[in-house]
Design a binder for this molecule. Structure first.
Ligand code: SAM
Ligand code: SF4
Ligand code: SF4
Length: 362
């Protein structure tokens, strides 16, 4: 029942030190293009998920970034436009919780105006905990957002309240998902982090519900991002185990990836009842196809989720660097990229310095 492995057909060999030019895609040292940019618009969040921002550490005295250190909408747009000139086709807005950033629809409208070098539209999407969707979904859709991914770890209210760390009721997230659908932000995807002994019992109820509601569930292996969540390999429920459990009740067959670099391994219900995906970052790393760059709220560029430090782009944005020099800088950073942390992961590597997921943008 192995999923179909898709060759990266469109991968071309890395270019030698070619000059950066708008419209010319860049490739890193492993031949991976820059296709997907995740932009964190805030390091703040109204949840305290145990696996991301445990409340024991992110308490009332925690020092989040002051406003002056956060990129402005104009700065974010400029960076996004530069990445698009280098081949990025997909923008994902994230955080922290992106919907706590004031006037977010204004930024969405600015990003929705961007076009690929051959004048195509971008895939513009957002990942959220869903708590503010009832309030904002319509405005986001009107601003040009294409679709949303909502994080939801259980339908069991007690389990969900414990995992989000702020006793937030599951019913309000479900209402947010409904609001997203009403606003046309479809297809709505659901991200579920599965943690051993915490919510593994929730996988089947979530799969049944998502199938019934025609939502696309993605079960994510609990990852060793950052250092605050006390990650242990024993806490990871392998994606194969999740697929086997669903398959036993609702038979599955593999789906070919839509595009090289797709994060989830996708499965379809054999009776035609939709699909489900798993993200096996721990047990089956996919670094070879990783085409993602991340920009944190304060403007650092990270070329891997598991990195210790980023490249300070905010300084360049604020020191008068020209558009051409910015393009050359980003192209140069991407060309030197050789990250493949998940492929090299051992218990020992989890101790290496690295940035928290909420800070970098998941
Ligand atoms: N606040 C938004 C949300 O929760 O959807 C966006 C930011 S959050 C950091 C992005 C995604 O990362 C969420 O789906 C979350 O579940 C996932 N995530 C956070 N910590 C994780 C971890 N340790 N392992 C796996 N996924 C994680
Ligand atoms: Fe907040 Fe998202 Fe992290 Fe949960 S996963 S604490 S909602 S940023
Ligand atoms: Fe990409 Fe780094 Fe994750 Fe590998 S470990 S898939 S290079 S972000």
């Amino acid at each position: 029942m192995d999923p179909v492995l898709v060759p990266l057909e469109s991968r071309r060999p890395p270019r030698p030190a070619a000059a950066a030019a708008a419209g010319a895609p860049v490739f890193d040292r492993l031949g991976r293009p820059a296709r997907d940019l995740r932009i964190s618009v805030t390091d703040r969040c109204n949840f305290r998920c145990t696996y991301c921002m445990p409340k024991e550490i992110f308490g009332p005295d925690f020092a989040f970034l002051p406003r002056s250190e956060i990129l402005t909408f104009e700065e974010i747009r400029r960076l996004a436009a530069t990445f698009v000139a280098l081949g990025v086709e997909k923008l994902r807005i994230t955080g922290g919780e992106p919907l706590v950033r004031r006037d977010l629809p204004v930024l969405i409208a600015m990003l929705a105006e961007l076009r690929t070098p051959d004048d195509g539209p971008l895939d513009l999407t957002l990942t959220t905990n869903g708590s503010a969707l009832r309030h904002l979904a319509r405005a986001l859709a009107q601003a040009g957002l294409g679709r949303v991914t909502v994080s939801l770890d259980s339908l069991d209210d007690d389990v969900f309240r414990a995992m989000n760390g702020v006793d937030y009721p599951v019913a309000r997230v479900l209402d947010g998902i409904e609001a997203a659908r009403e606003a046309g932000l479809a297809p709505v995807k659901i991200n579920m982090v599965v943690k051993r002994g915490v919510n593994e019992q929730s996988v089947l109820p979530m799969a049944r519900w998502a199938r019934e509601a025609k939502l696309i569930l993605r079960c994510i292996e609990y990852m060793d991002v950052g250092h605050t969540n006390g990650w242990r390999l024993d806490d990871v429920v392998p994606a194969d185990e999740v697929v086997a459990a669903i398959d036993a009740e609702m038979p599955l067959e593999p789906v070919r990836a839509d595009y090289p670099g797709e994060v989830a391994t996708r499965w379809r219900y054999r009776d035609g009842g939709g699909e489900v995906g798993v993200i096996s970052s721990v047990t089956r790393p996919f670094c070879g196809d990783c085409t993602r760059a991340r920009i944190s709220a304060e403007g650092k560029l990270y070329t891997c989720l598991f990195t210790g430090d980023g490249h300070d782009l905010r300084a360049r944005l604020r020191d008068g660097t020209s558009d051409a020099d910015l393009l050359a800088l980003l192209a140069g950073i991407w060309r030197l990229r050789d990250d493949r942390y998940s492929e090299l992961r051992t218990e020992a590597t989890t101790a290496l310095p690295r940035v928290e997921m909420y800070a970098m943008g998941g």
